[in-house]
Write a protein that binds this ligand. Structure first.
Ligand SMILES: Cc1ncc(COP(=O)(O)O)c(C=O)c1O
Length: 390
């Protein structure tokens, strides 16, 4: 049996997989077991921001793997402390809770928001408002928070106290914000929902509303954060700050790590014993993430992401002018969606045949989330291949 047959026989059939087993990666390139080379425009779903097997990340992992891998959160560890202080120094936050995935980081944010008010005696303030078409994860709380029915199918009853409103619709949100609401949670740029950025005026107004009504604002930057949108954190494009932010995906460049960051005030919701995880913030994962933030967090790196993102978008807009089947080009930095009037799966398959990896979301949107180290020549090659498919 080969790896495809073994996967089909022994692994839960919860994923639709593509092509052959991938066996090697370097920079923006991947190779399958037949030796075929691909240019990666997906980066493990916006995870490998620095590309595959970046020498500095590999070096950090190897160094840490031969020093200390895991001891639990009953002890202090050096890379975890360093990473937390670096994240706070680079953001609005004062405290960090480390988790293992995006869903877990969001789960922590939801728990923090509820406990913050319950600790103050506001027991009825437990509702969380999220956006239609949002995606926040697959645990019970985060799939309840997610504004898409397809992730909820078969899992009822869901958790109490979650409502969804249309994204970028201030009035719809305002109508929900009574004194039972503890938090508003949203992605500054929706990822799985079809690459939909928030309108700048909308986010500013949401921040003002939450402040006025004493409601916590949670930004899920699991997909759009860590340099993906051309700023270290996507909300920095909008010049406002949340009370709580979640990160995962690109934070570890492939090592599993999530983080929930909060202001000093919001962080008072958790006390010793309120929340915990065995693996959250292991020395191994945090050593890798520290190296990631040291590289991605520099202004020169982020400036290049913005330039390459603009270039990529311009090329796609040119394609749109040429092909009427392209409906829209959306996104920020190197998180770009191309909406088409036909099934995205056709383009995903054809591009893979031509040696490019992308994926389709919401049936008709092609998602481009290449490693942030992608070069303009890689973008040109992808756009030429795409052009030939219309
Ligand atoms: C915005 C957002 N939040 C949360 C998640 C869940 O993260 P994970 O798959 O690591 O649990 C994702 C994953 O795609 C995401 O895009």
């Amino acid at each position: 049996m080969d790896s495809v047959q073994k996967t089909d026989q022994f692994i839960f059939q919860t994923y639709q997989r593509q092509g052959k087993a991938l066996v090697k990666g370097e920079g923006v390139f991947l190779w399958d077991e037949d030796g075929k080379k691909y240019t990666d425009f997906l980066a493990g779903i916006a995870v490998c921001g620095l590309g595959h097997c970046h020498p500095k990340i590999t070096e950090a992992i190897c160094r840490q793997a031969s020093t200390l891998v895991h001891v639990s959160n009953l002890f202090f560890t050096l890379p975890q402390a360093e990473l937390a202080s670096r994240l706070c120094e680079k953001s609005f936050a004062d405290r960090v809770f480390f988790a293992n995935s995006g869903a877990e980081a969001n789960e922590a944010a939801i728990k923090l928001a509820r406990r913050y008010f319950q600790k103050k005696g506001e027991k009825n303030r437990f509702r969380i408002i999220t956006m239609l078409q949002s995606f926040h994860g697959r645990t019970m709380a985060t799939l309840t928070a997610t504004g898409q029915d397809k992730v909820k199918d078969g899992f009822y009853p869901l958790l109490e106290g979650f409502s969804h409103v249309s994204f970028n619709d201030l009035k719809a949100l305002e109508d929900q914000l009574d004194d039972t609401v503890c938090a508003v949670m949203l992605e500054p740029v929706q990822g799985e929902g079809g690459i939909v950025p928030a309108h700048a005026g909308y986010l500013k107004a949401v921040r003002e509303l939450c402040t006025k009504k004493g409601i916590l604002l949670i930004f899920d930057e699991i997909q759009c954060g860590m340099g993906r949108c051309g700023k270290l954190f996507a909300h920095q494009l909008y010049d406002i700050v949340p009370d709580i932010m979640t990160l995962a995906k690109a934070l570890g460049n492939g090592l599993p790590i999530g983080a929930m960051l909060a202001t000093r005030e919001a962080a008072t919701g958790f006390d010793v014993g309120s929340h915990a995880t065995t693996f959250g913030g292991t020395p191994l994962a945090t050593a890798a993430a520290l190296e990631v933030i040291n590289i991605i967090g520099t202004e020169s790196f982020l400036d290049e992401v913005r330039q390459k993102g603009r270039y990529f978008k311009e090329k796609l807009v040119e394609l749109k002018e040429k092909h009427s089947r392209i409906v829209a080009v959306r996104g920020e930095g190197l998180l770009i969606g191309l909406e088409i009037d036909k099934d995205a799966a056709f383009f995903v398959g054809k591009l893979m045949e031509k040696g490019f990896i992308i994926n389709g979301i919401q049936d008709k949107v092609l998602r481009f989330a290449p490693p942030l180290i992608v070069e303009k020549t890689d973008i040109d090659r992808l756009v030429t291949a795409l052009d030939s498919l219309f």
